[in-house]
Design a protein around this ligand. Structure first.
Ligand SMILES: *Cc1c(COP(=O)(O)O)cnc(C)c1O
Length: 383
């Protein structure tokens, strides 16, 4: 008997060790981890720099609260906004909390409550973030929800233009929807959002909890679009496995969060920010990001070679990729891939999501494609 609530449909094995892209279960079985703990362990498991940072910082100071100045938060904030149009950061502990902060910030700043969100989006499980999430399975049974989230079809320019009115505080979206499939924002939709930003006071929140911190080959995915968000939320990859989240905001929002308006006990504690700084120092440089782009192109090419049939399609950007099986349910395949030694995660019912560490090697990509081909088509490719 388990003493745990049943929130998760857990896979029937426990991972107890990891190094880079490889992880091992209690029986010693090896897997390639193409989940990265759901886009979290972007530098792979037990990265030596992160191990060293945790060892050093844990001997100095773990936690002190936000009652005091925080040189670590100052430095991390400066690193995150460098060369971007964003100016300020607030740190918390998770993606949902980051989105709560974003929602509170736009409400307080605009004095309005209507926030436009999208079908199949995912923003987290707390009340604001859940209310913003465009998936019934996330919201059902928990009402009444936070009011005035208006859910529109994703990438529908006409619906967006009709809904974005003078009562609208913000538009909130992901650059690539991750939980409801792997659905990138279209160029046309990004352009429409940019136009709304230019012609109105409507704020734009981009949820980069999954797409941010190098996952798509740029620091943030919005950089590959014309959208200039007023607020960016982040978490998952930020701590490389240590729980930390945050938001970045533009200059004009600076006075909205004055002292005492919003906060957290744990948010941005010295251990968390030291780890995140180590992650950012590795990822936020052109050589690393170019390498992510190269590996993405290599991976996409290998997938397209292995799955040329029309029913398959490869979606996504950088190392946030989805393999769609043309409407087939992916759950049995994900289980068979586990069995074969490749950990993947479904994105909605129809897409296999591939989220290797950003440090994955070409050889590991070859091995993964081979395992995918073996399981999905019951044949092997030579590598
Ligand atoms: C995972 C995720 C969240 C929620 O993050 P938690 O840390 O689980 O609260 C929010 N938005 C997106 C896009 C996510 O992928």
């Amino acid at each position: 008997m388990s003493a745990l609530f049943q929130n998760y449909a857990r896979r029937p094995f426990a991972i107890v060790e990891g190094k880079g892209t490889e992880v091992f279960d209690t029986t010693g079985k090896r897997y390639l981890d193409f989940t990265s703990g759901i886009a979290v362990c972007s530098l792979g498991h037990a990265h030596p720099s992160i191990v060293e940072t945790i060892q050093k910082q844990s001997q100095k100071l773990w936690h002190i609260s936000n009652l005091f100045e925080s040189p670590g938060q100052e430095k991390l904030a400066a690193s995150l906004v460098e060369d971007l149009h964003l100016s300020y950061a607030f740190f918390c502990n998770s993606g949902a909390e980051a989105n709560e902060a974003a929602i509170k910030l736009v409400r307080k700043h605009t004095g309005k409550h209507k926030i436009i969100v999208f079908e199949q989006s995912f923003h987290g499980r707390t009340f604001g973030a859940m209310s913003a999430t465009g998936q019934d399975k996330v919201r059902n049974g928990f009402g009444p929800l936070v009011s005035e989230f208006v859910t529109l079809p994703f990438n529908d320019v006409t619906a967006l233009k009709a809904a974005a009115d003078a009562d609208t505080a913000a538009i909130m979206l992901e650059m690539i929807q991750g939980e409801g499939g792997v659905n990138p924002v279209t160029e046309e939709f990004a352009k429409a959002i940019h136009e709304i930003q230019q012609s109105s006071d409507i704020l734009v929140i981009v949820d980069e909890v999954q797409t941010g911190i190098g996952r798509t080959g740029t620091r943030f995915a919005f950089e590959q679009t014309v959208i200039k968000p007023d607020i960016v939320s982040m978490a998952k990859g930020l701590g490389g496995g240590f729980p930390i989240g945050g938001i970045l905001g533009t200059e004009k929002l600076f006075n909205t969060f004055s002292a005492g308006t919003h906060g957290t006990t744990f948010g941005g504690n010295p251990l968390g920010v030291a780890v995140a700084q180590t992650v950012i120092d590795q990822i936020f440089n052109d050589a690393f990001l170019d390498n992510v782009k190269q590996k993405s192109a290599y991976f996409v090419n290998k997938l397209e070679e292995a799955f040329p049939e029309e029913k398959y399609s490869v979606q996504g950007k950088g190392l946030m990729l989805g393999l769609s099986l043309g409407g087939e349910d992916v759950a049995p395949y994900v289980a068979a891939l586990d069995e074969a030694g490749l950990l993947t995660v479904a994105a909605g019912p129809k897409v296999i999501r591939l989220l290797p560490p950003l440090t994955v090697s070409e050889q590991e990509i070859d091995e993964a494609v081979n395992l995918l081909k073996g399981v999905l088509k019951e044949e092997q490719v030579s590598i």
